[in-house]
Write a protein that binds this ligand. Sequence first.
Ligand code: SAH
Length: 464
Amino acid sequence: MKEYSFKKNDEIILTIDDISDDGSGIGRSDGFIFFVKNTLPGDRIKAKVMKVTKSYGFARCMEIIESSNGRCKARCSAFEKCGGCSLQNYRYEKQLEYKYNKVKNDLIRIGGISAEEVEEKLLPIVGMDDPYRYRNKAQYPVRMGKDGKPHAGFFAGHTHSVIETDDCLIEPEINSKLLDAVLNWMNKNHVKAYDEETGKGLVRHVLIRHGFTSGECQVNLVINGSKIPDEAGLIKMLTEIMPDDLKSITICPNTRRDNVILGDSYRTIFGDGYITDTLVGITFKISPLSFYQVNPVQTEKLYGLARDYASLSGEEEVLDLYCGIGTISLMLSKKAGHVTGVEIVDRAIIDAKENARINAIGNSEFITGAAEDVIQTMLPGEGNRKTPDVVVVDPPRKGCARSCIDAILTLSPKRVVYVSCDPATLARDIKIFREGGYELMKATPVDMFPHSSHVETVVSLSRV
Ligand code: SAH
């Protein structure tokens, strides 16, 4: 292996040609990889080396010698400091092009699929018409500022100092008013924000979630304790802002000293403690601790594709692995004979069952457990389950466990629909499916998180 002698403070010239998972630019000097924040593919820069490890380094951009043709002005005033939206200064069509190519290159390089086949089967990426204000959920940390007053905002990249954002452009506009109401209530009642160093102070986070279809809103205050002063005052200030649509205010105690945001329980001080919303034709009941897709507009498109790729006739037995709160299972149950959802988080399975009940869906069943374990109990000779005709997987970023894929191959369903949030592990897993007798039929990337470097992909695989 080539020896490199880069050291801290060296000045280097880099051409940025890629983007890392956290949205930094990637460039090479003499073949050695450097990560540089706030740079974009196509930039030619002068940079200073910050840190070097054996196989890569970090550098800071000192000067942009030649600017990327995709660079634009970020709309958000907090862009440079905030830890979110690392690609907001990259034109949206360039973001989409980058994400499409990432999926394409991973399928070729990691998946071992020929470039011709990928060209033929990878369909255009599904972007957003308006890639702003798309998130239905926000979690704002609250911390005391140098002015002795509480502030709410977002964490700066890789730190826990709060950047004040009066208006985050990927969240609903009304959130800033709701946050102001919480801060006003804190000032009026001399309530201190939480301090991570000392473990003192009361208010840790404000969580706001909107049902984009229903218009309903919930506010959840995470506190370092169990009680707040002047509950009535807080309720009044918040409901004045959304008199009709604010349906739930809850208090969630969390006295842990680590950086886990939510506590384990909550107390409702206003409304029913939950909101409802509709997604893919199903009504969901969403409590403050429930998982729910954060970009509902794109989720409709992503899961719509999963439904198309499953191509159900009404009779099939479907197995939905990594089912979360059962979004995909319940959507498919309307077009299938029977659906079984499997998910490791018990709370999500409780929600999935409740969602099946309120939608009067009788042909679904939900099992708590690791997909790779539960599926072993479904293999031929183990009990008397019907063998699935279609298997859907929607795993976390690390992809499917090898033992899970092996078990799917043994079950040998007609079709596998793979919903992925990481193209690299997707490509790795597709390789195993192809070696196990499945053909890649088509794949579509979907942009669920504009201005971040993440991309989701839906894939249809058919038994040869
Ligand atoms: N399809 C779901 C979301 C999938 S996200 C929805 O629409 O809501 C991935 C899910 O996999 C998460 O809910 C996570 O809790 C679950 N998970 C992670 N590891 C798992 C495992 N080994 N077995 C089953 N589920 C797992």
